[in-house]
Design a binder for this molecule. Structure first.
Ligand SMILES: [Zn+2]
Ligand SMILES: [Zn+2]
Length: 318
């Protein structure tokens, strides 16, 4: 499986502002001046030498992740604003010819997880087929409601693509076989109005996407959570807050990075990717939190979990 991140911001799109941009630029120029960078040949290695918060923009688009299975089929998790760029990318291929088949998994219907859909160009091309997988019985009505007058000039049902809705039965806990060797399971999460984690298993590898969830110390030992998350090769997990902020925002439905690390280590997760970044946090703060998360993990015994800060465009191969 190949997993790619298209949107990592939580709650609301938050592009870099001018102050943050000029701040990054100034610090890059200061480093360049101190290293006396003059030759253009030096630029690639100079860029690579910069700290992550200067080398990258972590990203302002809201949740969207793709999973490419070993057969090459594409699965999209959530349609936050990150799905817009994914759509542009897909329009370079079969979707432009009306031959695209897209499987879309919805974790829940808060705006930051569906608001990119009206700007997802493949929906407007006749012949494209969109299969929506969801545990919500009224998924069709919800997507139609967000794209209706007076909120948007076009209706969802009026767009040219074919849409199918596949209800995932959460009550039976029966996994869905997406392909002969690709298994999908879901798991309920603690979040206002609910949310679901998605687990993909193929070739002995496990990828889990779990955002918009409020994990506390109880989750670590709770049998249901433990069984679902244990031994994941890659877990993209809500890490929106600092621990202090999580204490102030009990029941808001998000996890602190400290708790995300605790859970991942206890569940023997191999790679943890922090995501659903708080819109009020600048790239500097995100990087600071990331380094604190790594430090926190290093203080725990027998750590096998590698930690990453989610960033738009990041790719993981399992
Ligand atoms: Zn969210
Ligand atoms: Zn939410």
């Amino acid at each position: 499986m190949q997993i790619k991140l298209w949107g990592v911001r939580g709650s609301l799109p938050s592009p870099l502002n001018n102050q943050e941009y000029t701040g990054k630029l100034r610090r890059i120029l200061e480093i360049a001046a101190s290293k006396r960078i003059t030759e253009t040949d030096d630029l690639d290695s100079f860029m690579q030498s910069l700290p992550d918060e200067l080398r990258y923009v972590f990203g302002g688009d809201t949740t969207c992740v793709t999973v490419k299975s070993s057969s090459g089929k594409l699965y999209i998790i959530d349609c936050g604003t990150g799905v817009r760029r994914l759509g542009n990318d897909l329009m370079e291929g079969d979707c432009a010819k009306g031959k695209g088949v897209l499987n879309i998994m919805i974790t829940h219907n808060h705006w930051d997880h569906i608001q990119g859909l009206p700007f997802f160009r493949p929906i407007y091309v006749p012949g494209n087929v969109l299969n929506f997988y969801s545990p919500y019985k009224n998924q069709k009505e919800i997507l139609e409601r967000q794209m209706s007058s007076p909120f948007f000039p076009a209706t969802f049902e009026g767009t040219a693509s074919e849409k199918n809705y596949i209800l995932i039965d959460n009550a039976t806990h029966e996994p869905v076989m997406l392909e002969e060797d690709l298994k999908l399971s879901i798991h309920p999460l603690k979040h206002p109005q609910g949310c679901f984690a998605y687990k993909f298993e193929q070739n002995g590898k496990i990828f889990i996407f779990a955002t918009d969830t409020e994990f506390t110390g109880e989750a670590i030992e709770k049998a249901g959570d433990k069984n679902f998350f244990r031994n994941a090769d890659l877990l993209i997990l809500d890490s929106q807050y600092t621990l202090d902020e999580a204490f102030l925002k009990v029941d808001w439905g998000h996890t602190s990075y400290t708790m995300a690390v605790n859970c991942s280590i206890n569940w023997n997760v191999k790679k943890l990717v922090m995501t659903h970044h708080e819109p009020a946090y600048s790239d500097d703060i995100l990087q600071e939190n990331y380094l604190l998360a790594v430090e926190h993990a290093e203080h725990m015994a027998d750590v096998n979990t590698e930690i990453f800060l989610g960033r738009e465009g990041m790719v993981f191969d399992l």
